[in-house]
Design a protein around this ligand. Structure first.
Ligand code: FEO
Length: 389
């Protein structure tokens, strides 16, 4: 059955049930690559799908109209989960004119696929399809330089490319067909792991998108927003300014449970101060899930034992990942146990400094096995830090 967003506007993408890894991000719920077919006096296909799903896309288009009737193939984003089937679809739709942004869209596509002829668009350009129009707005770095969105005022649909997406494979296509907590969790995970470095660009894009008051947000991944549209736009406004909650996340790895004992003490201290806390051992939690926990957390404590003058590799890997995603304005606390050299907590603290986080307490270190007194001192220091905020 064809899924329509409005009369003559179809979802024709592909569901990737098996996807579990997306450049460092664990996608427990798979994903979808959303392409949209607009059948009006002119026929336009918005985006393609990841290359292995090209035949599915073509089949979905062909179930609605003969592919040689497609007039425009619009590429809103160069990344290969959306452009991978572009060469295949250009062949399958021989009368389609490629439409993409300039300069980033066309230069990105040619760098991937060789010389291409395209009609280029920029912010403010309008493509008339007959009774309906697509208004283009370039949204650079949301998530690549080429990202562009297209608004159809007649139906109130914003084809939003990566923005508002979720890695969420489902037999359903719309937000109101699944449990709200699932879609918001996946949208938050997507933001925290993909969009967060581009908070400023998110805020800039929202200044243009929000006044359009879109009824439907049709992203490039996951479910289409038609009932919770205002809520997800409001969430993006909060995430874009990195609005924080009175919440703490304690992230760590441990060798012989000493750093773990410190983590437990810190968790208890935050709890005793009335904060919601998530304690996340990196042996049991993937870093992309930790990123969701810290999306809106004011306090972030990170701990590692010292091994061979370094942090444990799990903590070093997490910090490299988190540093790229640039969470800002946090209150950090570095901690860790050690035997003789004890560099790990200081190394963590230096990374927090690099991110511009406040660190009211110096790096907290305990030699070998924490005892009742050293843990009590740590807990008191954390509680007193929270009291002063
Ligand atoms: Fe889903 Fe930036 O691509």
């Amino acid at each position: 059955m064809n899924v329509q967003l409005a009369p003559g506007i179809y979802w024709v993408g592909a569901v990737d049930w098996d996807l579990r890894y997306f450049h460092g991000y664990i996608t427990q719920r798979g994903s979808s690559y959303n392409a949209y077919l607009i059948v009006d006096e002119k026929i336009a296909l918005i985006d393609t799908v990841k290359a292995p799903f090209a035949a599915t896309l073509l089949e979905n288009v062909a179930a609605i109209i003969p592919p040689d009737k497609v007039d425009y193939l619009i590429s809103l984003h160069v990344e290969m989960d959306h452009s991978g089937s572009l060469p295949f679809m250009l062949k399958a739709c021989p009368n389609a004119q490629l439409v993409t942004s300039a300069p980033a869209g066309i230069s990105g596509l040619t760098a991937h696929f060789g010389e291409l002829t395209a009609q280029t668009v920029k912010t403010g350009d309008v493509l008339n399809l007959g009774s309906r129009n697509l208004h283009f707005v370039q949204t650079p770095m949301l998530h690549w330089p080429d990202n562009t969105v297209a608004f159809m005022p007649e139906e109130g649909i914003l084809f939003s490319s990566d923005a508002f997406g979720q890695h969420y494979a489902s037999s359903m296509r719309f937000d109101d067909e699944v449990a709200p907590q699932k879609i918001f969790h996946e949208a938050a995970k997507y933001y925290a792991n993909i969009v967060m470095p581009f908070c400023q660009q998110t805020c800039k894009a929202l200044e243009v998108i929000a006044p359009l008051k879109p009824k439907i947000l049709a992203p490039a991944h996951g479910l289409i927003w038609r009932s919770l549209t205002e809520s997800i736009i409001s969430k993006y406004s909060d995430w874009g300014v990195q609005k924080l909650e009175d919440k703490a996340v304690v992230v760590y790895d441990t060798m012989w449970h000493s750093t773990e004992a410190m983590a437990q003490t810190i968790t208890q201290a935050f709890t005793d101060e009335g904060l919601e806390v998530e304690q996340m051992n990196l042996q049991a939690n993937h870093m992309s899930d930790v990123m969701v926990a810290l999306l809106a957390a004011k306090y972030i404590a990170i701990g590692s034992s010292t091994i061979n003058n370094q942090m444990l590799p799990s903590v070093a890997g997490f910090l490299a990942y988190m540093k790229g995603l640039t969470p800002r304005n946090r209150i950090g606390l570095a901690f860790g146990s050690y035997g003789w050299s004890g560099q790990s907590a200081t190394q963590i603290s230096e990374i927090m400094n690099g991110l511009g986080w406040a660190q009211p307490l110096p790096a907290q270190r305990i030699r070998y096995i924490p005892n009742k007194e050293s843990l009590a001192k740590l807990g008191e220091a954390v509680q007193s830090m929270v009291k002063k905020q």
